[in-house]
Design a protein around this ligand. Structure first.
Ligand code: 2AM
Length: 170
């Protein structure tokens, strides 16, 4: 099972991110992420055995994370594979701490690989034709969160789908 831990946007923010995805798509082309797939990855775990996934479900369901507010204020791009995202200009200390704490548990248990650098972002487009983002409108979006989710990623003929397996304590 291909799993990751993520913050999922509340409905109003999801809608707003969807509008930004439309704006970016009109400018940059590529494949727009469907609204229901928009998220902020905290830890990508890769392929996990079913038994380990069940342990992760229990762990996440028992987890409480400190509530926080993340401020999205910039566009960004990753050259490969043409990802256009929204995120923050300055590293958010609470998110960095949360990501570090998660990996502090996950790494010794052998789940995934802690990335060398954590760039919190919400992917809006993949395989964009251009990463020229200068003309895109400014962003000022607060994201209040108090829960994370364990998500399974599956691929079928219609593309990639995400399914929530567990939600932390609220
Ligand atoms: P992305 O948004 O930048 O593509 C599910 O695949 C989520 O995990 C995506 O949000 C993706 O980030 C993230 N992710 C991090 N590392 C990954 C990897 N090595 N392979 C696939 N997805 C990865």
């Amino acid at each position: 099972m291909r799993l990751f831990l993520a913050l999922m946007p509340p409905p109003a923010l999801r809608e707003r991110l969807g509008e930004l995805a439309d704006t970016a798509h009109a400018r940059c082309g590529g494949r727009r992420m469907p609204d229901e797939s928009l998220h902020l990855t905290l830890a990508f775990l890769g392929d996990v055995e079913e038994a380990s996934a069940a342990e992760l479900v229990e762990w996440v369901q028992g987890l409480t994370i400190p509530p926080g507010e993340w401020h999205l204020d910039c566009w960004g791009g990753f050259r490969r594979p043409g990802i256009v995202w929204v995120g923050a200009q300055a590293a958010d200390p609470a998110l960095v701490r949360l990501q570090g704490q998660l990996w502090g548990t996950l790494e010794p248990l052998g789940f995934g690989t802690r990335p060398a650098k954590f760039v919190p972002h919400v992917t809006l487009l993949r395989r964009a034709a251009t990463l020229q983002l200068e003309d895109l409108p400014p962003i000022e979006l607060p994201w209040s969160y108090n829960q994370l989710e364990l998500i399974e990623s599956t691929t079928d003929e219609r593309g990639v789908r995400y399914r929530s397996l567990a939600i932390s304590q609220g």
